[in-house]
Design a protein around this ligand. Sequence first.
Ligand SMILES: [Zn+2]
Length: 54
Amino acid sequence: MRLVVKKDPVCGRQVTHEKFRVTYKRVEYFFCSMQCESTFKREPDRFAKKGERA
Ligand SMILES: [Zn+2]
């Protein structure tokens, strides 16, 4: 089993699964829950900027 550690851009938690994944502007984001995923989808720019490096 592959361990995936990603940071949920919405709530800031570490995400250790790939159940909720969204690719936005060629960056892959992982979410801890469907709720965080839908929050991101509603306003992707608001959250995507945090982890984005120019
Ligand atoms: Zn979350």
